[in-house]
Design a protein. Sequence first.
Lengths: 284, 284, 284, 284
Amino acid sequence: MNASTVILQLICPDRPGLVSELSGWIAENDGNIRHADHHTDSGAGLFLSRIEWDLQGFALPRELIASSIIALAKRLDGKAQLHFSDEWPRVAIFVSKQSHCLLDLLWRVRSGELSMKVPVVISNHMDLEPLCQEFGVAFQYVPIEPGYKLEAEKTMLDCLSKKKIELAVLAKYMQVLSDDFLKKFPNVINIHHSFLPAFKGAQPYHRAWERGVKLIGATAHYVTEDLDDGPIIEQTIAHVSHRDEVDDLIRKGRDTERIALARALRLHLRRQVMVYRGRTAVFA
Amino acid sequence: MNASTVILQLICPDRPGLVSELSGWIAENDGNIRHADHHTDSGAGLFLSRIEWDLQGFALPRELIASSIIALAKRLDGKAQLHFSDEWPRVAIFVSKQSHCLLDLLWRVRSGELSMKVPVVISNHMDLEPLCQEFGVAFQYVPIEPGYKLEAEKTMLDCLSKKKIELAVLAKYMQVLSDDFLKKFPNVINIHHSFLPAFKGAQPYHRAWERGVKLIGATAHYVTEDLDDGPIIEQTIAHVSHRDEVDDLIRKGRDTERIALARALRLHLRRQVMVYRGRTAVFA
Amino acid sequence: MNASTVILQLICPDRPGLVSELSGWIAENDGNIRHADHHTDSGAGLFLSRIEWDLQGFALPRELIASSIIALAKRLDGKAQLHFSDEWPRVAIFVSKQSHCLLDLLWRVRSGELSMKVPVVISNHMDLEPLCQEFGVAFQYVPIEPGYKLEAEKTMLDCLSKKKIELAVLAKYMQVLSDDFLKKFPNVINIHHSFLPAFKGAQPYHRAWERGVKLIGATAHYVTEDLDDGPIIEQTIAHVSHRDEVDDLIRKGRDTERIALARALRLHLRRQVMVYRGRTAVFA
Amino acid sequence: MNASTVILQLICPDRPGLVSELSGWIAENDGNIRHADHHTDSGAGLFLSRIEWDLQGFALPRELIASSIIALAKRLDGKAQLHFSDEWPRVAIFVSKQSHCLLDLLWRVRSGELSMKVPVVISNHMDLEPLCQEFGVAFQYVPIEPGYKLEAEKTMLDCLSKKKIELAVLAKYMQVLSDDFLKKFPNVINIHHSFLPAFKGAQPYHRAWERGVKLIGATAHYVTEDLDDGPIIEQTIAHVSHRDEVDDLIRKGRDTERIALARALRLHLRRQVMVYRGRTAVFA
C-alpha cells in the first residue's frame, strides 16, 4: 500500500484528447495508475491534471522520467511538476510563542500522518525551544530587532538554504515576511486565524468579537506578496455565541487553526494541491 | 405545552441581586418560570435577561403586566420589552425575483414552525405573485423606477402602516432600503448571501468564486443604516471546491440562505434575540 | 455550458492501462472529455470509472454509442451504464402525510436544480394532493388497507409501468415496500430520518431523544430488501441539546432530511453515484 | 476574571418559585451571580439548575456553604452538588498505546484550557511512558494479563485511592472496566470512536467502512455498566468518502476523538454537565 509512486501535476491549455494522451503515455510505459484527477477551468481555457502511478513496474527508470515529462509538457504547451512519494520534502516550521500548531505538526509527523522531514524550527522567540528538544528537532532562534528585519530574514534564508528546505510553514509565526524574502523563497504556507477574506491583518479574533459574528474560522493558504491574499487551500470554522469572550474565540480558534493547517499541509505534501490564477484546485 | 406565556427581555446596568429581584417579582405573583436566561457583558457592565413564564395562574391580569414591567425597568435603570407568546407578530416579507426564501418561509408558517402572520408580501417584481396566491397571501407590487425610489418607499411604508406590520423580512429583496425608510420603520431582518463581514455589498458569490474560498456562507442580520453591518443573528456555511462554478455557489448558497434566515426569524419570533451595542445575545 | 453530454459508468476488474483504454477510445472518436473520475478498490480488486464527454463533435452517432460501450465492457469483463445528460429520468415521488420533502423536491425541479420529470406522485394518504395540484403534478392515491398491501403494491407497480418510471423516491413514505415490489422495481431511493446505522426502523427521533444524543442525522440511501441497510448516498446532521424535545428533533430533522435527499437525488440524476458491494462511490 | 466562584448544581421536583428561591438565597448572602442556567424536563417533572457566583463578597464563609446547600436541597426534596472553581479536580488518564488523546489532554492542561491536575497516567502498555515523562506526569504501568484482570483492576483502584483521584478519563484505553470496578469508582469519562449508538463495541471504524457511511463520529460519554450506553456529553463528526480506506477513517477519527473528549472534559471540569435519567443537560 505504501509502495512508491510517481505523481505528475500538469496545467496546459484545454483541448480534446488530453486525458488519453497522458494516460496513454503512462500505459505505454507499463504504468499502473492509482489516482487520476482532472479539472477543466472552462472560463480560463485551462486543463489541470494530477496522475499518480506505481513506480515499480514502470518502464522508464526513475532518473529518466523527468526529461520525458518535460518533453510531454512542452508538447502540450503546459507546465508540469513531478514528484516521487518516497522523497519526503524538507520543511521548516516558523513559529513565535504559541505552541498549539507546532506541537500538532510535530506529533503528526511522528505518528506518520505527514510525510515530511523537519530539519529545523525557526522562531523569533525562545519559548518553543524545549518543545523542539522533546521532539528532537533543531531550533534556530532568529530574533527580529526593530530596524534589523532584513538582517534577520537574511539569517533565515541562509538557514533555509543550508538545510536544503523546500517548503516553509508559518505555524503561528507572528511576523510578516518581506516581499524580498518571498521572492527568494516563495514556497510558504501560512495559517491565518480568520475566515478569509474576513478579518485580514492583525487581531482577527478581537475584530470578530467586536463584529459579533456567530462563526469564526481559520484559513490555510499559500503566502504571496499581498498579505492574506494568497491562494486558499483549506478553511475550517467553529461556532461561537454571545457567551464567548475574546479569550474563548482564541481558545476555540486554536482547534480550527491546527486542523486547517494540518489538512492543508497534508494535501500539499501528497501533491494534491495545484495553484493557478490565484486559486487552488484540491484533488482530495 | 403550547399554553400562553409571558416573555420579558430586560437590559440594565449589572449589579448583584438582579436575578433574585426579577425572579422574586415573578414568584410573588405566582408565576411559573419556563425559561430563564441571563448574560452579563462584563466589559460593558450590562446585565441581559430573558425570562418566560406561564400566563395562566399569574396573579397580574394580562393588561396590567406592562405597567408593572415599566416600573420594574425604571427601578433598575434599564430597558424592558414585553411579549405574549399568543400574540403572533404581523410580518411583511420583501422579495424580488428569487423564490427560495419566500417559499421556505411560507411553508414554515403553514407547517407551524414560525409563529407569525404574513398580511402581505411586497416586491419590486411581479414574478412571485403566483406563489403568493398559492399560499393565499396578499401580494403588493411596488416597482422601483429609476429616480422614484423615495416614492416607492413611501408606498411601502403606507402599506406597512395600513397592514399594521411589526417586522419586515428581506427574503432576497435586492434593493437597498434608504436611511429614511429605516428611520421610519427600523424593525427589519435581512439575509445576506455571504459570510459577513466577508463580501459585503453586491455579488458576493462572484467575488467568493474569484477569491477561491473553500467555504461560502449566509448571514441573517438586523438591518441598520450601515449596509451589511447590522447585528448578526445567525450564520451558516457550505463547502465548495474548485469544481464549483459561480452558478454552483449560487445554488449551494440558496440552501444556506434559507436555513439561516428561517432560524434567525424563528429566534426573533420566540423573542430569543436581544440586541445591544451592535451585537446580539441569542438565548437558544 | 448545458450542451448535451454522454456519461459512462464502468466497473471492471482492475489492471494497468484501463484509464488509457477508456480515454483512448473516446479520443479516437473525437470526444472532448468534461469530467473523468476513477476509483480503485484495491481490497476488492475493482476499477470504477465515470467519464463524461460532449455529445457534439463525437464521431459515433448517439444511437450507436450503446453497442460500442457494450463491446468495450465485455472486453474488459465489466459492467457499463450509459446515460445522456439531455434525457431526463422519469421519477415517481412516494409520500405519506408530511410535505417538507415533496415541496422541496418539486421546487428544486421547477427551479432547475434537479434534471428530472415527475409524471406522478403516489401516496397512501390524500393530504398532499393540493400541493401536487399547485405544481401541476399528477397525484395517485393508493391507500394501504390492512391485509391488502399486495394489491396496493400491484396498483403502484402498474402505475410505475404505465408512466414509464425509471426511479422511485420515497420522500417520507411511511410504508415498507415488500421484497416482491423491490424485485419488480428495484430502483428506489429513500430518506431515513436517522444517522444510519443508528436508529434503524421506526420512530428514530423518539429513540434519539431517549438516548440523549447531541447530534441527529438523516440518511439518503438506495433501498434494498434489508430495511435501512441499502447503500448510503448522503448523510447530514444537526446539533441538538437537552432543551430540545422530541418535537424539536422532528422539526430540526426536517431540514436535514430534505437537504440529504435533495443532494442524493441530484448526485443520482447526474450519474455521479456508482453502487457496488453494498456501498457507493460518489464522484462529486 | 479568574476570581474564585461557587458552583451549585441542583436537581429537584419542579414547582413554581424555584428560581426565585435559589437566587433569593444567594442574594440574601450578598452573592453576585455570574451564570444562572435552568432546565425543566416537563416529562420527568424535574427542575435542573446550575448557578455560579463570586466567592469573594459572599456572606457565608467557604466552609459553611456546603451545610447550607444541604439544607436547601433537603427543603426542595432534591440533590445538590457544590464545587469551587479554584479547587481543581485530580484526574487520572487511562491509555493504551495510542498517543493522540493523551498528548492533546496534557497539552491543554499545560496551556490552561483544562483546569485539572493529572497526578497519574495509568496504562496497560509501556508505549506512552516517554510522553508522560516529557510532560512531567507520573506513569503507572498496569498490564492486563489474561485471567488476572481483577488483580489488575485492584492495583488501579489502589492507585486511584492513593492519589486521591476524583475522575478517570479513558483516553483510548482499550480495555473494558468491570462492573465491580465501576461500582467502586463510578466517575469515569470515555471517548468512543463512533457516533453512538451506531457501532457500539469493538472496531467501529472497520464496521463504518464496511457499512459505507459518509460521516464518522466520536462520542464522549460517562461510563456505566452497560457498555457504550452511558450518558452522552459531546459528539463530533467528520466527512468521509469512498476514497477513504479504514486507515483514513482511523486517521480522520483521531481528530474527532480528541476534540470531542477535550470539549466534554472541559464541560465536566467547569461543572457545566448535569446527569439525570441516563442523559445529560449541558449548560454551555
